[in-house]
Design a protein around this ligand. Structure first.
Ligand SMILES: Nc1ncnc2c1ncn2[C@@H]1O[C@H](COP(=O)(O)OP(=O)(O)OP(=O)(O)O)[C@@H](O)[C@H]1O
Ligand SMILES: O=C(O)C1=C[C@@H](O)[C@@H](O)[C@H](O)C1
Ligand SMILES: [Mg+2]
Length: 182
């Protein structure tokens, strides 16, 4: 969901592992030379989704190891759900609409939230998308209200338990985000 922490936690996770970090939204903005909000206003949501699909298809082909933060709406298209699930290990950072509203109530950049009642919009997005996020994810992490470093450690522990990240790649508690070995 928008505001779940994909960009923030993703960047810290990559730094902790010494892996490359790529944010699909940033990649899109670099290609179009506009903010996503401006592009939405000028070309509409479907044009953005077409571009997003093209970018996701390319980014999942980058040679690992990388941490990829997707846009919140990338799960809306079946092609993206498949590309992500088949080519990567997907973590769903779950948060309630109420918690997301607390984080984003002053946001001016997320086009879908520039409405009279953003909490209501977040509830609608959650209702429409939660099943897609679950279908796409290999792991679900409840973000609740931990600090970002704690959240990153929760993700690392989950990946380590699943054998995605070897034990010796996990930084010691308190050392986040620090490691850069590659
Ligand atoms: N676990 C967390 N606890 C508290 N605040 C958080 C947490 N994760 C992210 N935030 C804050 O919420 C805001 C949104 O986070 P972020 O930009 O990482 O979300 P996102 O998932 O990338 O959203 P989008 O899909 O719109 O790109 C930021 O201000 C960030 O600092
Ligand atoms: O949740 C969404 O649909 C979006 C989230 C952002 O990451 C951006 O990709 C864009 O603002 C759309
Ligand atoms: Mg983001």
């Amino acid at each position: 969901m928008p505001g779940a922490g994909k960009s923030t936690a993703g960047r810290h996770l990559a730094a902790a592992l010494g892996w490359r970090f790529v944010d699909a939204d940033v990649e899109i903005e670099q290609r179009i030379g506009l903010s996503i909000r401006a592009y939405f206003e000028r070309e509409g949501e479907q044009a953005f989704r077409d571009l997003e699909q093209q970018v996701i298809a390319e980014l999942v082909q980058i040679r690992p190891p990388i941490v990829l933060a997707t846009g919140g709406g990338s799960v809306l298209r079946e092609a993206n759900r498949r590309a992500l699930k088949e080519n990567s290990v997907v973590v769903y950072l779950r948060a309630s609409p109420e918690e997301l509203f607390r984080r984003l109530r002053h946001d001016t950049q997320r086009p879908l939230l520039q409405v009279a009642d953003p909490l209501r919009k977040l509830r609608e997005l959650y209702r429409d998308r939660d099943a897609f996020y679950r279908e796409t994810a290999h792991f679900v992490i409840e973000t609740g209200r931990p600090s970002v470093p704690t959240l990153v450690n929760m993700i690392l522990m989950q990946l380590e338990l699943a054998g995605v990240v070897p034990d010796d790649e996990r930084p010691l508690p308190g050392s986040l985000p620090s490691r850069s070995r590659r």
